[in-house]
Ligand binder design. Structure first.
Ligand code: F6P
Length: 494
């Protein structure tokens, strides 16, 4: 897998040569293209989602079918009688099969068990999981609805199914019960916690049983794989082979492997050089009076796992401990609203807003505002321009499966400059030891690392950035896709 660099063409060839007459099917909750009404017109948008960003190129190469929840208000208008639409509309590459859910199902399945139960359970962010029986029942029902849709799409064919994420812990088992001949893999995009934490879940056995319906189970890092093996060992009467990283349960074996997800490095690098980006950089410099200042950025979904509050606390400490930098550093926080109906998200956002205002009133003056909060949906051009403008980018997750912002920042730095400050609790840290590492809870040390980023000599910045760019360029999204698809193909051919 390491020799030649992977790109879309090479992944396409792999899929064409090896997939043969197998249908390639991806399942996720979030759909890759959302159709909505804008006045009387239907517009098509891409969601803000690392998952869909990462899988779209893999799907374009495989020309298969993607099964996902249709969340857009014009989604039903554009599908055919089998709820399918070919995407992207301007250059059709693969089929999107939409699944419809009621508001109650979304509340219990997505907001409820997935995001108030499993999300805080798997992220050690000290937000307690909420385990509602009714949510769990809905979660089970929705997993069955998706299983039916997958089986319909496969019909009589041979297929490889790649299930995405924690929304579908039970899906693979349900598919395999009907079609044991299918090859089914699942990628879990969030961390897997220790056994001590996971066992708080009242339905731990059912969840593990569902996951062991997979032939292949992927996580971002080796340590999440170890946690899963240990959890199964403590919970089920399964045969755990730590050397081969396999679990044998109810007569079938599941291979557990790390696949660190990534980004389309070449596309991001290319986009970073666009004229529109240059113009946007100029306009941001002007709007926020950035000329001659050090610029830091943070860009996240507004989620309590991202450590945005801790980041602001560290900035507060930075301006307090190093007053010489007052007036010289501007930090721009871009934040895409997310899961705003959930109480823990509302509370976290409120605390962030309050702290941001207090920092600006404590240190700011008429000619300088230390913090710029851009907590809204931003265009791709603005996001790329922010990455290019930033002398340093802060990723301070208190826990994170991978964190693609770190890899996006590095990919956009075509000038091979800029400093990445990275949490040791983000999966990305395994591949990026050249970032400035932080413990987001250690606020004074975090503030010192911000100072170090601002003061880092150019030679050192370039050396570190060069190494990180090489890593992401080689371990790009096509490499990730090829690793998973190759594993699935080997399993299917046994
Ligand atoms: O990090 C886990 C994850 O599900 C990603 O895969 C996804 O991009 C992100 O959370 C956003 O999730 P949602 O679909 O809930 O907006």
């Amino acid at each position: 897998m390491e020799d030649l660099k992977w790109d879309e063409d090479r992944l396409y060839q792999l899929v064409q040569e090896k997939l043969g007459d197998y249908l390639f099917l991806v399942v996720s909750n979030r759909e890759p293209y959302i159709h909505s009404m804008s006045g009387k017109e239907i517009i098509c948008n891409r969601p803000v989602s690392g998952l869909t960003e990462a899988l779209d190129p893999v799907m374009r190469a495989s020309k298969g079918t993607w099964v996902a929840y249709g969340s857009g208000d014009a989604d039903r208008t554009v599908v055919d009688s089998s709820n399918r639409v070919v995407v992207p509309l301007e250059k059709p590459e693969y089929t999107l099969r939409r699944v419809w859910l009621t508001d109650d199902e979304v509340a219990g399945f997505y907001l409820g068990f997935s995001n108030e139960g499993l999300w805080p359970l798997c992220h050690v962010a000290f937000v307690s999981p909420t385990y509602r029986e009714t949510d769990w029942d809905t979660y089970k029902r929705v997993n069955r609805i998706f299983a039916e849709a997958v089986l319909q799409e496969v019909a009589g064919r041979k297929a490889m199914v790649l299930v995405q994420d924690y929304h579908f812990a039970l899906l693979s088992r349900l598919i395999k019960e009907q079609r044991p001949d299918l090859t089914v893999g699942q990628f879990w995009h969030i961390p897997w916690p220790s056994h001590e934490i996971f066992r708080t879940c009242p339905w731990q056995e059912e969840i593990l049983d569902g996951l062991l319906g997979n032939d292949l189970l992927g996580f971002h890092t080796q340590s999440y794989c170890h946690n899963l093996l240990a959890t199964v060992e403590h919970t089920l009467k399964a045969n755990v082979d730590h050397n081969r990283s396999t679990l044998t349960y109810r007569g079938k074996t599941t291979l557990v492997q790390p696949f660190p997800i990534s980004v389309d490095f070449d596309r991001l690098s290319q986009e970073a050089g666009n004229e529109a980006v240059e113009r946007e950089m100029e306009s941001l410099r002007h709007e926020f009076d950035l000329a001659g200042k050090y610029v830091g950025v943070g860009m996240d979904r507004m989620d309590y796992t991202k450590g945005i509050l801790e980041r602001l606390q560290a900035l507060d400490k930075f301006f307090e401990n190093f007053p010489d930098y007052r007036g010289k550093v501007v930090f721009i926080q871009a934040g895409m609203p997310s899961r705003t109906q959930i109480d823990s998200y509302q509370k976290s956002n409120e605390r962030i807003d309050n702290l941001a205002s207090s920092i600006n009133s404590k240190y700011g003056n008429e000619s300088w505002k230390p913090l710029v909060m851009m907590t809204r949906q931003l265009t791709l051009v603005t996001l790329v321009a922010l990455r290019r403008l930033a002398n340093f980018c802060v990723v301070s997750s208190v826990h994170d499966g991978m964190n693609l912002v770190a890899k996006e920042y590095v990919s956009s730095r075509i000038d091979v400059d800029g400093v990445l400050i990275l949490s040791q609790f983000a999966g990305a840290v395994d591949e990026m030891p050249d970032a400035l590492l932080i413990n987001p809870y250690a606020i004074t040390e975090f503030a010192n690392q911000i100072k170090k980023a601002v003061e880092m000599p150019e030679m050192e910045r370039r050396r570190r950035m060069k190494t990180m760019r090489e890593t992401v360029s080689n371990h790009n999204i096509y490499w990730w896709g090829a690793s998973i698809v190759s594993n699935l193909i080997s399993i299917a051919r046994v």
